[in-house]
Design a protein around this ligand. Structure first.
Ligand code: F6P
Length: 342
């Protein structure tokens, strides 16, 4: 019998529990038992564990969030934390560790490899900013929430002749804003990859007015950068253990600037955690199940320091070194959609 450890770190997203369920069930069939570590990397640092039996993962396929809890703990920022992780893994006789998370969580897994820890990553982030996988877990579920929000905003926007701005997550990559904006028919799409000018947004709204469209919907990533402003708009300047400030407020910034230039009322909705919570969509349930199975298969094949990746219809291993080298911005296959319709 082999023993796997699993932890979930960073911002949660729908589908994590489906991945845990899958690896536990598939593991049992192939001689692997799984121990859960609680609250991200805090779990192995403090030896916070939870046995994961078949019973414990029953009924969680459709439940959002993570039954293991999450945190943004960075062991490389705390004196002695790496040694404590190594002790915990030895004490619990862990053969390999599966880290479900974004670049920060999987980055720690990668940095533990030279310490002899055998790790596998499962990419999970609604931002979809992990390179070398077509999609990360959670993205399509969040996209549903964004699309639904835009549909709802449309009916009230046209009833009141307003400009409605929807701010969505996306620190450095505009996948949610762009794909959501296309699916929900936003009139203006603003993403972190392209600096935006308030004047250009204003001109677009005026062009719509000239065509007798007396409302406009703008979707904007929290990480979008206004021209003339020094960097991104932050809600809290204090940075977390991975050096990220909490973003937020760029939608309100844009609303204030537009209001100086036009009479039409401008209102902001911040979708915030409503886009990250809730049940996984079918795509994420299936992707999670396949990622969970693949993580166990890679481990049984002794392929470590890799992450599970979706390439077309196949799940394949990608080295964590390669996957984490740089973030994945919105790519050419969809970028042209940003300004497709005037
Ligand atoms: O990491 C994903 C993400 O959803 C980012 O888009 C966002 O900036 C961040 O999480 C916010 O998370 P929290 O408020 O939980 O730290």
């Amino acid at each position: 019998m082999k023993r796997a450890g699993v932890l979930t770190g960073g911002g949660d997203s729908p589908g994590i529990n489906a991945a845990i369920r899958s690896m536990v069930r598939f593991g049992y069939q192939h001689g692997v038992e799984t121990i859960g570590f609680l609250e991200g990397w805090k779990g192995p640092i403090e030896d916070l564990t939870q046995p994961l039996s078949m019973d414990q993962v029953s009924g969680i396929l459709h439940i959002g969030g993570t039954i293991l809890g999450s945190s943004r703990t960075n062991p490389f920022k705390t004196e002695g934390a790496v040694e404590r992780i190594l002790d915990t893994l030895e004490r619990n006789a862990i053969d390999f560790l599966i880290a479900i998370g974004g670049d920060d969580t999987m980055g720690v897994a990668h940095r533990l490899a030279p310490h002899g820890v055998r790790t596998i990553g499962i990419p999970q982030t609604i931002d979809n900013d992990i390179a070398h996988t077509d999609y990360s877990l959670g993205f399509w579920s969040a996209l549903e929430a964004v699309t639904d929000a835009l549909d709802r905003l449309h009916t009230t926007a046209f009833s009141h002749n307003r400009v409605l701005i929807l701010e969505v997550m996306g620190r450095d990559a505009g996948w949610l804003s762009l794909m959501g904006g296309i699916a929900g028919g936003a009139d203006v799409i603003l993403i972190p990859e392209q600096e935006f000018s308030v004047e250009a947004v204003h001109r677009k709204i005026l062009r719509r007015q000239a065509r007798k469209k007396h409302f406009s919907i703008v979707i904007i990533s929290e990480g979008a950068k206004p021209a003339g402003l020094d960097g991104q708009v932050v809600a809290e300047a204090e940075v977390d253990a991975f050096g990220h400030a909490r973003l937020g407020g760029v939608g309100q910034y844009l609303a204030n600037e537009l209001s100086k230039r036009m009479k039409m009322p401008v209102r902001v909705t911040d979708l915030a955690y409503l886009q990250r919570g809730g049940s996984p969509c079918p795509f994420d349930r299936i992707l999670a199940t396949r990622f969970g199975v693949a993580a166990i298969e890679f481990a049984l094949d002794e392929r470590f320091d890799v992450m599970t990746a979706l390439h077309g219809t196949r799940i394949e291993p990608v080295s964590l070194e390669e996957a984490l080298r740089k973030p994945r911005p919105v790519d050419e296959s969809v970028l042209y959609l940003v300004d497709l319709f005037d």
